[in-house]
Design a protein around this ligand. Structure first.
Ligand code: ATP
Length: 253
């Protein structure tokens, strides 16, 4: 495939996606008609006030939840037509609060492979890639610091060789130095493996640093989807301008 074609390929397509949750006055929309494309090999940063629907968008991509109506296509196939294990291998999700299993770091790293009856080759390399010492392999995951847990959780997702990476506030528990380090590791891996990344963050400077494209989600609606630089320097929507001034909550660079 030519680079030109690869550059315009769509990794994820949202088509009129609507999702509701039960409310006291009936179903309440938390995503309302999301239509948007995520180009292959790009990083899309998702910003918006708390509770606006950002995590919901991620969860739709790997079948943690399904839309009430509309479709989500991953690599051209609607998510409900994927076998969940294959989809979750293709689309890795790392959360804000990493959940590691009670075993050792090595067991945690090898978990996805183990489920498929495979071995994880060179587990130490998976740790090194994310800036952790191979000495940690035999440590109990419970004994790690918050920052180490977050990195091991990321390394575990990456050990599955996903093509798409969904990141939900993955650096929010880290100190400033660690944030920049983990960002650099993610960017390096993204470039080397040409991953497509959907990255939810409350940190607008981070969204600006790492994004190729930035989406603003407010009350379940996509307000703006722009090249990251234009998003921050010349936002088109009045709502985006208000968000960036910190007037909607969760904004204010
Ligand atoms: N299973 C659920 N049941 C009821 N309400 C839900 C459920 N999941 C999400 N919601 C609600 O849907 C809205 C969107 O949630 P979501 O987690 O996607 O927002 P978010 O933008 O990621 O928020 P934050 O930035 O605070 O993490 C919120 O109001 C949330 O309370």
């Amino acid at each position: 495939m030519s680079d030109e074609r690869a550059a315009t390929e769509i990794a994820i397509r949202f088509h009129e996606v609507r999702k509701t949750v039960p409310g006291k006055d009936g179903p309440t929309p938390i995503l309302d008609g999301l239509t948007a494309d995520v180009p292959s090999g790009k990083i899309v940063t998702l910003v918006g006030p708390s509770g606006s629907g950002k995590s919901t968008i991620l969860k739709l991509c790997n079948l943690l939840i399904t839309p009430d109506s509309g479709e989500v296509y991953v690599h051209g196939t609607e998510v409900r037509a994927w076998k969940p294990p294959a989809l979750r291998r293709y689309v890795g999700l790392a959360f804000q609060s990493p959940t590691l299993f009670p075993g050792t770091v090595q067991e945690n790293l090898a978990f996805g492979r183990m489920l498929r009856g495979e071995e994880l080759d060179h587990p130490e390399q998976h740790l090194q890639r994310i800036g952790l010492s191979p000495d940690l392999l035999t440590q109990r995951a419970d004994d790690l610091s918050g920052g180490q847990k977050q990195r091991v959780a990321l390394a575990r997702v990456l050990a599955n060789d996903p093509q798409v990476l969904l990141l939900d506030e993955v650096t929010s528990a880290l100190d400033v130095a660690a944030i920049r380090e983990v960002e650099q590791y993610i960017l390096e891996i993204q470039r080397n493996r040409r991953l497509t990344v959907l990255w939810v963050t409350h940190d607008l400077e981070q969204a600006r640093r790492v994004g190729d494209i930035t989406w603003l989600v407010v009350s379940g609606r996509l307000v703006e989807a722009q090249a990251t630089r234009s998003f921050f320097e010349a936002p088109q929507s009045a709502l985006t301008q208000r968000f960036l001034r910190g007037e909607l909550g969760g904004g204010g660079a």
